[in-house]
Design a protein around this ligand. Structure first.
Ligand code: AMP
Length: 280
């Protein structure tokens, strides 16, 4: 039986009743199969599972994006029930930020000066601050994050090391629709035509991974797919296509690397990434 709680007191009470190791799955709700994979991983690693559902205003840099973010809490709780989640914590904003905007927060540092960082100022400070707060409130043994948000995952690992949070971070591979599009709560905003264009992102990543050559070969193969038949004069507005080391440093000449992409299609911003093997 899944228990839905809202306040900090309710959470503390529910937490006290859980025995053994605790797994936390932090989400913003509108749960899909990607979140379900995180929950299943948590179930297999831990004795009890807590899912937090909180649309964190501090990590949004556009008011319209925050406002229109989907919040189907009843369907989310039903899915959690199906997946054997023990506690769903769905706090309101004053529960998480009782004094209004924080005056002391976690700063992401130079790992956030690249990729998503310049496009979403303050985003990662907001993510890290809320994750630190969720860790403090739930006190999990392990927390589960998707590779879908690869830079976020990398920063959270770094935060746990730098702050000594004492939480083991478990990563979960990206879950995709059969057509290749990475599942995202924002995909519901895509029209049929936009969705067709959006498929260029995973197709470009796959082309890059299949190239399995030098950095230039990989980027070239991915760029060609992103540009499409008409050379890019259509609805895919690219923010970046970038190759990095698995830790998001400079890509090596040979060996494991990560290819990352972000683009806006219509009014919807999409991100995706894939592991690639570089061969000089
Ligand atoms: P969100 O609700 O979008 O903040 O995501 C909550 C967690 O689910 C994050 O750790 C995401 O990386 C993860 N996640 C979102 N989409 C996917 C996906 N398609 N595959 C795997 N994990 C995902």
């Amino acid at each position: 039986m899944t228990r839905l709680v809202h306040t900090q007191d309710e959470l503390s009470d529910a937490r006290a009743r859980l025995g053994g190791s605790i797994g936390l799955v932090p989400t913003m709700g509108a749960l899909h199969d990607g979140h379900a994979a995180l929950i299943r991983s948590a179930r297999s690693h831990c004795d009890a599972v807590v899912v937090s559902v909180f649309v964190n205003p501090m990590q949004f840099n556009q008011a319209a994006d925050l406002e229109r973010y989907p919040r189907p809490i009843e369907a989310d709780v039903a899915l959690c029930e199906e997946l054997g989640v023990d506690v769903v914590w769905n706090p309101d904003v004053p529960t998480v930020y009782p004094d209004g905007p924080v005056q002391v927060w976690v700063t992401a540092g130079e790992l956030a000066d690249q990729l998503e960082g310049p496009h979403r100022p303050g985003h990662f400070d907001g993510v890290l601050t809320v994750v630190a707060k969720l860790f403090a409130a739930v006190r999990p043994d392990r927390a589960f994050f998707g590779e879908k948000d690869y830079q976020q995952l990398t920063l959270i690992r770094r935060m746990v090391r730098d702050l000594g949070s004492g939480v083991q971070i478990v990563e979960v591979p990206i879950v995709r629709d059969p057509d290749g599009l990475a599942l995202s709560s924002r995909n519901v905003f895509l029209s049929a035509e936009e969705r067709r264009l959006a498929l260029r992102l995973p197709a470009a990543l796959r082309a890059g991974a299949d190239a399995a050559g030098s950095s230039e070969d990989v980027l070239e193969a991915a760029r060609a797919v992103l540009a499409g038949a008409d050379g890019g004069a259509d609805g895919v507005e690219l923010d970046y296509l970038a190759l990095r080391s698995p830790e998001l440093g400079t890509a090596p000449v040979a060996g494991q690397a990560r290819l990352l992409v972000a683009a806006t299609v219509g009014r919807t911003r999409l991100i995706d990434n894939i592991a690639v093997e570089l061969r000089p």
